[in-house]
Design a protein around this ligand. Structure first.
Ligand SMILES: Nc1ncnc2c1ncn2[C@@H]1O[C@H](COP(=O)(O)OP(=O)(O)OP(=O)(O)O)[C@@H](O)[C@H]1O
Ligand SMILES: O=C(O)C[C@@H](O)[C@H](O)C(=O)CO
Length: 339
């Protein structure tokens, strides 16, 4: 069991909120972007990737976001529908905005870069009026990503989502999802992400992402200090991702869980966090103990880092189960440390 209580009788398990964009992943891998000639197009955007991951695992999923009135916007909406994700609240933006593009460079399994084209993007035109209370009320959980707070009117729309989710007892999950290209300043990140994270039940982020939201770390080990800081707000579960070094999760009730990583034939590193989050959330919603959720997320991530794409590579339950069967639990430990 875990400490997150989801409303039982809702017809949507998870609603993603925010960025819907296009990944253009270099086909010529082990080359710098300057030498790349061709790309493969996938749906992208961290919230979209997470929602696709969750839907692939069987969660009944929806999305609140805006797409551009262009061929990429239509491609994204069609792909979400093809994946069984409800798109009733995916709004086509007024003409003039564009779809965010993420050109990815795969120089080596550990050197991957992303060239973001994010000017005038439709996803940051999400408005409070796009947030339908009746839609929110249908959900057990809502996943918010930090980048949706980077600009107005998307920023106000996210706070409207938070307000309605709290009103209707919808579990709020916050993925810090720091992407520097959309933010005007560090102050804004600190201000708005802290405000949002302070309202959420579950917070996920990398070590560096949490550092952006916190005063200087305390004397204790940083991750423990992070968890204590967020337990002073609403959080019941804090998950710190450490890339190839694994992850650690803290429950407000005192449980501390560490997970290593599963072996992977790494093609690219990005997409690890989104696949981890989608599978971790799936585990939470099955009522699994946190250590099992970490293991599921870690196994999912090992599959996606071994693939060329993010969204399209999101694994099925069978694929994840096979990885876990093959490799057994990876240095999972549960420390009954009380914070
Ligand atoms: N090289 C790897 N091999 C296997 N698993 C990995 C690897 N890198 C990351 N993971 C798994 O994915 C999880 C999340 O990775 P990471 O901390 O890089 O998230 P992130 O920075 O949010 O990723 P993203 O690049 O998608 O934004 C890790 O905690 C780990 O379980
Ligand atoms: O989230 C983004 O804008 C980039 C993603 O589309 C890309 O797939 C990635 O970096 C996933 O972590």
């Amino acid at each position: 069991m875990n400490e997150i209580v989801f409303h039982p009788d809702r017809d949507l398990d998870l609603i993603g909120v925010g960025r819907l964009c296009i990944d253009l992943n270099a086909n010529e891998i082990k080359r710098p972007m300057e030498e790349t000639r061709t790309f493969t197009k996938y749906v992208g955007g961290s919230p979209a990737n997470i929602t696709i991951a969750a839907s692939r695992l069987g969660l009944r999923s929806g999305f609140i976001g805006r797409v551009a009135d262009d061929a990429f916007g239509r491609f994204i909406t069609g792909y979400l529908r093809q994946e069984g994700i409800d798109t009733a609240c995916v709004v086509t933006d007024r003409p003039g905005s564009v779809t965010g593009l993420a050109f990815t460079e795969i120089k080596s399994p550990t050197e991957c870069g992303i060239l973001m084209y994010r000017d005038h993007v439709a996803d940051l035109n999400l408005e409070s009026g796009d947030v339908d209370e009746a839609y929110i009320r249908r959900a057990k959980a809502i996943m918010i990503s930090g980048t949706a707070l980077a600009k107005s009117p998307s920023r106000e729309a996210v706070f409207r989502v938070i307000e309605l989710a709290r009103k209707h007892e919808v579990v709020l999950l916050f993925d810090i999802d720091y992407r520097p290209y959309s933010w005007a300043s560090r102050d804004e990140i600190y201000t708005y992400c802290r405000l949002a994270a302070g309202q959420c039940d579950v917070i996920l982020g990398g070590r560096e992402e949490f550092d952006l939201l916190e005063e200087a770390g305390g004397a204790e080990e940083e991750d423990f200090a992070t968890a204590k800081q967020w337990f002073a707000h609403r959080a019941r579960l804090v998950v710190v991702k450490h890339g190839g070094d694994g992850s650690i999760a803290f429950e407000r009730g005192g449980g501390v869980y560490r997970a290593g990583v599963f072996p992977a034939q790494v093609v690219k590193t990005f997409g690890a966090g989104d696949s981890f989050a989608g599978a971790f959330i799936y585990g939470l919603m099955q009522g699994w103990a946190v250590d099992r959720c970490l293991e599921y997320g870690s196994a999912s991530a090992s599959i996606v880092v071994s693939s060329h794409s993010c969204s399209e590579a999101m694994p099925s339950r069978d694929q994840i189960d096979e990885i876990i069967r093959k490799h057994m639990p990876s240095q999972l430990s549960r420390e009954g440390t009380h914070l």
